[in-house]
Design a protein around this ligand. Structure first.
Ligand code: ADP
Length: 760
């Protein structure tokens, strides 16, 4: 070693050579100076680490920093070892590239020491071994895998004569698997068949023989007797090697499938169990493989479809469907194989052509190593029937909706859908083909003046806390022609358990006609009131006329009477007898007219300006009247009974009693003594008085007529009168808010009843 001129290694002349060398070998050199603790890298080191050549100044710290942290301590320790023990520097370590990637390098170096043995230089080389390490790792892995495979495959490779079944080759595994040596296997042509389980032997030998003859590669399972006396299941896959149509050699692989067989036996048992369960299922159960071959199904499929077990074994799932359904089912089978699950509602056609609505579910599973589809089918005939019952009841509802005169509506809250029955056409003129009813639309049709009120009420009903379920509202509803109809809207709100409204069914009745009638009735009432008013005015005017007429007529009448009297006095006896008689008639007529006029005047005066109320002792009052009439001492017998003290209008009461008692006296019977009974009875709101006589009586047909003005029964000559008296009585009774009527029997007597309202 040359310790005196170490830097000469890296002299310029040799730099180019080094650089080429480094590139070729993907390596780099480094130089550590112990005297001034400096480090130097060749371009190769920079390139190796992904830097530009001399991209930065190299220091000892920098050199340490590119070391993988996990390798740093080890690298420094090795350096110290080399320095102290004088051994060769050689280490594998990881360096970090500029981009963070890690490279594996082998670093080897020479240490130069001075005469005293102190270290001066260390010149070393980095060799990138990353690729090598990677490859080695891969190799190791694949070797491991192969070893695992070799160790774990329970397969025996073999070759045999196609005619004699004599084995010509058996792989070493045979001993481990069967216990027999390769030699034993190849010892006799019958070795194989001799060790097959008696139950499987015929099948296995014949099958293999026939398939080989037919030049068909084949596989089959059989039980094989091991040297230890137990049986194993072998799965034998055979390739037939032939020439000119004749098999001359068989090559195969026997695999121990005892474990799988055991599993599948267990699986079969489980399936058998399941089959029992399946048979009791209320729905169809099926399982078919990718080719559509049915592997499992329950009896119900046979019962429903009418196909026998053997028929189903040969059938494809699509054979149960017809026409469009077949296409649909086909799509779903494809779907379940792709997506793992599907469901469909379809129609199954039985052997006899009968159809059944079904819902099928289908799921993909791995069964016995094959991708299969299994699922259930539910006969939904009954559900469909109840569905059609439902549609029947809907039809019935629609029929009813049509039959009634009302407009029926049905609001489904969850779907926010409003149904309008035909009534909306017949009553309001909406074309139900074109109109799309909705709650918003309905609200828009409510008259603007009613809308706010109705919406507020609807909103309150929709509150889940509300317990109101029935509503009845009147409002104006816009018809298709833009006019408004008055309607009564009756509705029933249907709520769920939480009180939320789920459905509202209602009916609208057009009450426009009734409203119109009510309106016209109101108009009529108003007119009537106006007429009553007019009548009252004309009555008043009439009374005024009667008063004025009777008052003013008296003057000319008095003139006639007095001049007639004058004529009688001055010329009486001078004219002939007839003239005297005429004068007498004229005087009588004038007198009578005078009386009528006086009574008319009295009638017109009844109630006029007579509003004063006072307490009246009716007993005394009636007694005074009788005395006034100067009748008491005459042949009459007057009886009073229960006559009270009442608050009343004295003048009106005077008219009543005076006329009634006068009449009782006037219409008395001539042959018997007169008897008049005046009595009273207290009613709830009225006093009822009666004036009873034992006079001539009145025929029933005149009971009403006698109260009409000028109506008389007798002729004037018999009983003097004007026919005005009872009219005055009636008017006075009515002024006292009472009624008057008569009870009488001809020849027996009459009783006049009248009531007057009590005044508090
Ligand atoms: P008049 O001046 O004729 O009495 P009224 O109006 O008082 O007129 O009576 C009408 C008629 O009723 C009388 O003409 C008479 O025929 C009948 N009438 C009234 N009071 C009695 C009575 N107490 N008994 C029988 N008839 C009576």
């Amino acid at each position: 070693m040359n310790a005196t001129k170490p830097t000469e290694v890296l002299t310029t002349s040799s730099t180019v050579l080094l650089k080429n060398l480094e590139e070729l070998t993907s390596s780099g050199t480094w130089e550590l100076n112990f005297r001034d603790n400096t480090l130097h890298w060749s371009e190769g080191v920079f390139l190796m680490l992904g830097y530009e050549p001399n991209e930065f100044e190299v220091t000892f710290e920098k050199g340490v920093s590119v070391l993988h942290p996990d390798d740093r301590d080890r690298a420094l320790a090795h350096m110290n070892e080399v320095l102290s023990q004088n051994i060769e520097y050689s280490i594998r370590k990881r360096l970090i590239k500029k981009d963070g990637a890690i490279i594996h390098v082998v670093s080897k170096a020479n240490l130069e020491r001075d005469e005293q043995g102190n270290p001066v230089y260390m010149i070393g080389i980095f060799q990138d071994v990353t690729e090598f390490i990677k490859t080695k790792k891969k190799l190791k892995k694949s070797k491991q895998v192969t070893e695992i495979l070799i160790e774990n495959i329970d397969g025996i490779f073999w070759e045999a004569d196609a005619q004699t079944f004599q084995f010509t080759y058996v792989s070493p595994q045979v001993e481990k698997i069967t216990g027999y040596s390769r030699e034993e296997w190849m010892s006799s042509p019958t070795f194989w068949s001799d060790h097959i389980h008696p139950d499987d032997r015929n099948f296995a030998v014949n099958f293999c023989h026939l398939e080989s003859k037919a030049l068909k590669d084949h596989k089959f399972d059989y039980r094989f007797l091991k040297k230890d006396g137990t049986y194993i299941w072998l799965n034998d896959r055979v390739k037939v090697i032939h020439e000119q149509g004749v098999a001359y050699k068989l090559a195969g692989l026997m695999v121990d499938v005892t474990h799988e067989k055991g599993l599948s036996t267990a699986l079969n048992d489980e399936l058998r169990l399941k089959q029992n369960f399946l048979q009791t299922l209320p729905s169809v159960f099926y399982l078919f493989d990718e080719s559509g071959k049915f592997l499992i199904w329950n009896n119900l499929l046979q019962t429903v479809s009418g196909f026998s077990e053997n028929e189903i074994r040969e059938m494809h799932p699509l054979d149960f469907f017809q026409g469009k359904e077949k296409e649909l089912v086909s799509q779903h089978i494809q779907k379940v194989f792709e997506e793992g699950h599907t469901e469909l509602e379809t129609i199954l056609t039985s052997k006899s052509g009968k159809t059944f609505p079904f819902i099928f579910t289908a799921s993909r599973i791995n069964y016995q190593g094959k991708t299969c589809v299994f699922g259930t089918g539910l006969d939904i005939s009954e559900i469909t029937a109840s569905r059609s019952l439902l549609s029947e009841s809907i039809e019935r509802f629609e029929f009813l909706a049509k039959a009634t005169n009302d407009a029926i509506w049905d609001f489904d809250v969850a779907n926010n859908s409003l149904f309008w029955a035909d009534g909306f056409n017949s009553l309001f003129g909406y074309d139900l083909e074109k109109v799309q009813p909705s709650l918003d639309f309905l609200i828009s049709l409510i008259h603007p003046e009613d809308r706010e009120r109705i919406v507020a009420i609807i909103t309150s009903y929709f509150n889940p806390k509300s317990t109101q379920n029935k509503w009845l509202e009147e409002y104006r509803f816009k018809k298709a022609d833009g006019t408004y109809a008055y309607i009564i809207d009756k509705a029933l709100f249907i709520r769920d358990e939480e009180g939320k409204v789920t459905r509202v069914v209602g009916s609208m009745q057009d009450i426009s006609a009734r409203k119109e009638y009510e309106k016209s009735l109101q108009i009529l009432n108003e007119e009537l009131e106006a007429k009553v008013k007019a009548l009252a005015i004309s009555n008043l005017e009439l009374e005024q006329f009667a008063f004025v007429a009777s008052h003013d007529l008296q003057e000319p009448l008095r003139m006639i009477s007095s001049f007639m009297g004058l004529l009688k006095r001055k010329y009486g006896g001078q004219l002939d007898e007839k003239a005297d008689q005429y004068i007498q008639f004229a005087i009588g007529g004038a007198k009578r007219m005078q009386r009528i006029i006086l009574e008319l005047l009295e009638l017109s005066r009844v109630g006029r300006n007579e509003t004063d109320l006072e307490m009246v002792n009716t007993h005394e009052f009636v007694n005074d009247i009788i005395e006034g009439l100067a009748l008491k001492n005459r042949k009459g017998n007057f009886i009073f009974e229960g006559l009270p003290e009442i608050k009343t209008n004295k003048a009106l009461l005077q008219h009543i009693f005076l006329n009634l008692i006068s009449n009782a006296v006037k219409y008395a019977k001539k042959d018997i003594p007169l008897e008049v009974k005046i009595s009273a009875e207290e009613l709830k709101d009225h006093w009822k008085f009666s004036v009873q006589d034992n006079g001539i009586g009145i025929e029933e047909e005149y009971f009403d007529k006698i109260f009409v003005i000028f109506q008389r029964i007798q002729r004037d000559i018999e009983y003097d009168g004007t026919g005005i008296g009872l009219s005055i009585v009636k008017k006075a009774v009515e002024k006292l808010e009472g009624e008057i009527w008569v009870e009488s029997e001809l020849d027996k007597g009459s009783t006049f009843f009248f009531t007057v309202k009590k005044i508090a």
